[in-house]
Design a protein around this ligand. Structure first.
Ligand SMILES: [Fe+2]
Ligand SMILES: [Fe+2]
Length: 256
């Protein structure tokens, strides 16, 4: 990745909450004016993102408890784990302007592609990339998208008291954590649970014993998850390349 790309990606992560995104324009299309359709689509995307994020940011501790309770019950029952991954191909995050209309399966492959390009060999990180957004299958139900997507912040808890005693806003992170906590290593489970919390929002709540998790897993994973996103780039890796990893590290069926 070039220094320019790194700078642009870091800036975009910071600007995301404001609904702003910068993109380098290839020299060949620099002079091309956006079409009326593109203008309309961008305006609709911004409006949708603002509406959904606005509702997400009004969640209270009582809402979080209600949603956790609601989803103790299965929504689909037992599903083949591979089929569940394939379902991400039909999930599109309505708030993610960086991905545009790209599916969550494309997103997962973009994360894996970036990890592999940077020489990641830690299988737990690759496993986290595969499963971290499985909770977005909630987008296929009638749940309010404001309870499924968006970034999360802590809304209750004591700073320095440890992640488990804090309460964050509720989205696909908690849903997938509830379903996977017993079948993946602890660090992967924590990545699933907190991957929508920005590192600087997570940091104050960490207990001393959790700092290694934050440095070794949360920070690096957050960067791969956010900076690999592109509405344009078709990933060069294929989901089939990860069948062995899925078969080795996950049960063949999951209750969702
Ligand atoms: Fe996510
Ligand atoms: Fe993601």
């Amino acid at each position: 990745m070039t220094a320019k790309r790194r700078l642009l990606d870091a800036t975009n992560v910071a600007l995301r909450r404001a609904g702003v995104r910068l993109e380098r324009v290839p020299a060949s299309v620099r002079d091309a004016e956006p079409t009326a359709t593109q203008h309309r689509d961008w305006a609709e995307q911004r409006a949708t993102e603002q509406l959904i994020t606005g509702r997400h940011n009004t969640q209270t501790v009582a809402d979080v408890r209600r949603l956790s309770e609601k989803y103790t019950k299965p929504i689909l029952g037992e599903v083949e784990t591979w089929d569940l991954l394939m379902m991400l191909g039909t999930c599109v995050d309505p708030t993610d302007g960086a991905l545009g209309a790209a599916s969550q399966l494309v997103h997962v492959l973009q994360v894996l592609e970036m990890m592999i390009a940077e020489g990641v060999t830690d299988e737990d990180l690759l496993l986290a990339a595969l499963v971290h957004d499985l909770g977005k299958v909630l987008l296929l139900t009638d749940e309010d998208p404001a309870n499924v997507v968006c970034m999360n912040r802590f809304i209750a808890g004591e700073e320095g008291g440890g992640l488990g005693q804090g309460i964050t806003q509720w989205n696909h992170d908690e849903f997938a954590y509830m379903r996977l906590v017993d079948v993946v290593p602890r660090d992967v489970a924590l990545l699933i649970r907190y991957h929508s919390v920005m590192p600087h929002d997570l940091d104050p709540y960490l207990a001393t014993s959790e700092r290694e998790f934050a440095d070794r897993y949360h920070g690096p994973f957050f960067r791969y998850d956010q900076e690999s996103k592109s509405a344009m780039r078709r990933p060069s890796v294929r989901i089939e390349d990860f069948r062995g990893l899925v078969g080795r590290r996950l049960p063949s069926r999951l209750e969702i």
